[in-house]
Design a protein around this ligand. Structure first.
Ligand code: AMP
Ligand code: MG
Length: 421
């Protein structure tokens, strides 16, 4: 079957979006405390008011200002000195209330969060009174309602507090918990199968003989995918033989995965068997994208899952995972697929002699003028894994072949953006 070849970046994203149009993640109910970084699968309405009862916002004294306004004698001496005096009742703390409390003609010491006495209409702050033998003395009458948190002033029962398809942050974990909710409905973490390919690969910790190299990609990509909120199964590395690849892809066609990711073996080498095997056992949707690094990227379907074949060079697979698989994960979670982009000032000249979009590994920080500045992290060969460890962003160069001069305003994509929330 014919498939798209050597397409550009936005065409690749469009095809990924089309392939995902019908896909939906399951919904699961999880403890609220574990919901950070997940995406709400349904609206949540407040089951109760917060606070559930009027209470004090500060440490102080609850009083009934109506008494003063009537000019009752119980609050004597005001005529002479402009000073108010009250005796004290038993204190109210932030705890379960066993019996209703009234101020009457007294001031009730009250702590932050303490339930407001039934007849109180203001709190006077601790620092605004003077303690006397008889109680307290103060010069200024607080206005009605001061330092009181009315019932439902934060959240009202029935109000929508969480909208479906919204990512859940720590603050929302707090809101849901304040409503007494212990569980929340979220999209199930995308199930991802990750496999590296290559006869030369050896696992870190084992001996590495001549011609062999340590597998850097599986550990790196596993971490990246987990940060993106995926449930990752790392499969054993695949040898570069037709039998091995055919058998593994046949198994994967029956596995219940949302995404199947292979690394290596998608280029022009004799042992780059993945494109051919995907065409045989699944469907190739596109092969090769005019970007740098990551040109040989392969995309298609296998069984019920979407298949990404990433190039094996560490920088290429890291970059293509960020640029193409992250948008797919976002779409699965009903999020938009746009990557956060900021502007920064280039600290040095950058030469560009090709017409592909390029994602350079770069480092940004804040310059003396308070603006973001960015510098490329050394040699940009896709085999140079060290550039990844130094970098904190991609510097994005568009499809033009223009060099960029020092001081140019450029687009960067902070690595910190590649998480679910
Ligand atoms: P390939 O895409 O399979 O042609 O691999 C391109 C280059 O990346 C080769 O030099 C491979 O040895 C290297 N490579 C492939 N897979 C890995 C891996 N898992 N870890 C480190 N390097 C790799
Ligand atoms: Mg290989």
């Amino acid at each position: 079957m014919p498939f798209a070849q050597s397409i550009n970046h936005s065409q690749a994203l469009k095809m990924i979006q089309q392939a995902l149009a019908e896909k939906r993640l399951d919904v699961e109910h999880i403890p609220v405390v574990n919901a950070m970084g997940r995406v709400a699968a349904a609206d949540v309405l407040a089951p109760i008011d917060v606070p559930t009862m009027a209470c004090s916002r500060m440490d102080g004294y609850a009083i009934n200002t109506a008494l003063f306004r009537r000019g009752d004698r119980v609050v004597a001496n005001s005529e002479q000195s402009g000073t108010w005096r009250l005796s004290l009742g038993a204190a109210v703390h932030a705890q379960r209330q066993t019996a209703p409390v009234l101020c009457g003609e007294q001031a009730i010491p009250i702590m932050t969060g303490g339930v407001l006495p039934e007849d109180a209409d203001a709190i006077i702050l601790k620092e605004q009174v003077e303690l006397t033998e008889e109680g307290i003395r103060f010069d200024q009458l607080p206005s009605r309602g001061s330092h009181i948190r009315p019932r439902g002033s934060d959240l009202k029962a029935g109000q929508r507090v969480l909208k479906a398809n919204t990512p859940i942050q720590a603050g929302m974990v707090g809101v849901l918990s304040s409503l007494g909710l212990a569980e929340v409905a979220v999209y199930a973490a995308p199930k991802v199968a990750l496999m590296v390919t290559g006869d030369e690969l050896v696992q870190p910790g084992a001996d590495c003989g001549p011609g062999e190299i340590y597998d850097a990609n599986a550990p790196m990509l596993q971490n990246l995918l987990q940060t993106m909120g995926c449930q990752v199964a790392v499969l054993s590395p695949l040898g570069d033989t037709e039998e091995a690849v055919r058998q593994r892809l046949s198994e994967m066609a029956d596995a219940a995965c949302d995404l199947i990711i292979s690394v290596g073996g998608v280029s022009m080498g004799d042992k780059d068997l993945i494109p051919e095997m995907l065409a045989e056992l699944g469907t190739v949707l596109f092969h090769k994208v005019r970007v740098k690094p990551g040109f040989p990227l392969l995309f298609g379907r296998l069984g019920g899952g979407l298949f990404f074949g990433l190039p094996g060079n560490p920088v290429s697979c890291y970059t293509t995972l960020c640029q193409y698989i992250w948008p797919a994960i976002r779409l699965l979670n009903q999020q938009n697929m746009a990557v956060a982009q900021w502007r920064a000032v280039l600290t040095h000249e950058v030469k560009k002699s090709h017409l592909r979009r390029e994602f350079m590994r770069a480092h940004f920080d804040m310059g003396h003028d308070g603006l973001l500045q960015v510098s490329v992290c050394g040699d940009q060969q896709s085999s140079r894994i060290e550039s990844l460890a130094q970098a904190n962003c991609f510097l994005v160069l568009n499809e033009s072949d223009q060099d960029l001069s020092e001081g140019s305003s450029v687009l960067i994509q902070p690595f910190a953006a590649w998480r679910m929330v």
